[in-house]
Structure formats: C-alpha cells, structure tokens
Design a protein around this ligand. Structure first.
Ligand code: NI
Ligand code: MN
Length: 225
C-alpha cells in the first residue's frame, strides 16, 4: 500500500493496483500548487465529510476519471444527483471493494456543504488492503469511539488531524494514538491556513517523547507500507 500526501487532508492511496483519492482539496491550496489535479489517477474518491476543504476538487476529478465516490449516504446522494457513480455508506458499515475492505467509522465534527445544505454526519475510514490496515480519521475531535477500532483491527498506520482549532491538536492526537493502539501516525490537516499552523519539531518531539512516530510528509511525498 502506497500513501501519497497531497496537502491539507488530501491523500492518494495505491492498493492492489487501484488508485484512491481521499478528500481532494488541492487546486485552491497554494501550498499544493505543484500538484495538478488534471493528472491525478482516481478509481475511487473517498470523502470523510462535506466541507469545502475536503470536496473542492471532487467534481473536476470525478468528471475526468469516472471515479466512484464513496461517502456517507447524504454526500453520496448529492453527487449521485449530479450524475456521478457513488457508493453510499454509513457509520459502522463496511464493504468489500475490489481493492480491499472499507469501514466508515465515527468522527466528531460537522458536515455541511459549502451552500449550507446537510452533508450527513462526518466520519473516518478504516481501509484494509494488501494485508495492511490504515485508519483515516477525517476531521475529528478526540473521541472515546476511537477505542472501538483496535477491537476489530490491528492498525499499521493512522492518519490523524493535528492542526488544532477545527480538529484535534497534537496533544489529543497522542491520546488518540493510545486509543487506537497505533504508534505510527501520519499527521494531516495542518499548516494550510493560519488557524491550523503547527510547530513541526515540537509536534514530532512530543510524539517521540511518548515512544511514538509522527510523520509529516512533504506535499507530493509518499510512504509505502
Ligand atoms: Ni471539516
Ligand atoms: Mn477540514
């Protein structure tokens, strides 16, 4: 499984020769100006919630690639009405896709579309593929529900928001990594705009002091599991 960071909360995942994009918000992110949404491969687009900083580039990419949009029922219905191929899910449900299994899990956040319409309840994804398990938390507070995840899966990597203000910050993300029993963390949802700027060295040191590993990828950089 290969995971590429496209800035903010945008990820690319290659698993079993399938290309997945998560929460594409790239074209309006100045920090991600070297990423061209017109060349990104996508067989599936996974969306954690309906906020603009997670769905901005969905239409453009899905139109070009015919990617299937996987999200909660309300977001899937929204894109289905626009003519896109979708797979609706809801909390606690999982599905075997061609690339592996996806479970839609709880997040504590909000989920309105940019026009204010209802975007269902926000979530995260647990993805199993190539015998690896990853957790993409989405925008979320620290929540006790995270303790449920290691009851059904042994995680190899967790991707957690660390920018604070709109989501967990560093200290809560460290507690989250205890809850999910995973010490290998990739941070996301930081530095994109002023409210969520973080001190990278301090963040890494805080994880290191708890015998945990925090990875902060450069935009465009990838890791292999
Ligand atoms: Ni959000
Ligand atoms: Mn967000």
């Amino acid at each position: 499984m290969k995971i590429t960071y496209y800035g903010h909360a945008s990820l690319g995942i290659e698993v079993n020769e399938v290309h997945i994009l998560v929460d594409p918000f790239i074209s309006a992110n100045e920090k991600a100006s070297e990423i061209d949404i017109n060349t990104l491969k996508a067989d599936y687009i996974l969306l954690t919630h309906a906020h603009q900083d997670h769905i901005l580039d969905v239409e453009a990419i899905a139109k070009r690639t015919n990617a299937m949009i996987v999200s909660n029922f309300e977001i899937a219905s929204h894109f289905e009405a626009m003519g896109f191929e979708v797979h609706p899910m809801n909390h606690g449900g999982s599905w075997d896709f061609e690339f592996g299994n996806v479970k839609y899990v709880n997040a504590i956040h909000t989920s309105s579309f940019p026009d204010g319409s209802y975007g269902g309840q926000p979530g995260g994804f647990v993805i199993e593929g190539e015998r690896k398990n990853i957790y993409i938390a989405g925008d979320t507070a620290l929540t006790m529900d995270m303790k449920l995840i290691p009851m059904f899966v042994k995680l190899d990597l967790a991707i957690l928001p660390i920018g604070d203000n709109f989501t967990m910050g560093i200290d809560d993300a460290i507690i989250a990594s205890d809850f999910i029993q995973c010490d290998k963390i990739m941070g996301y949802h930081y530095d994109t705009f002023g409210y969520i700027e973080i001190d990278h060295e301090e963040a890494k040191r805080k994880f290191f002091d708890k015998n945990k590993d925090l990875m902060l990828l450069e935009i465009g950089e990838n890791i292999e599991l």
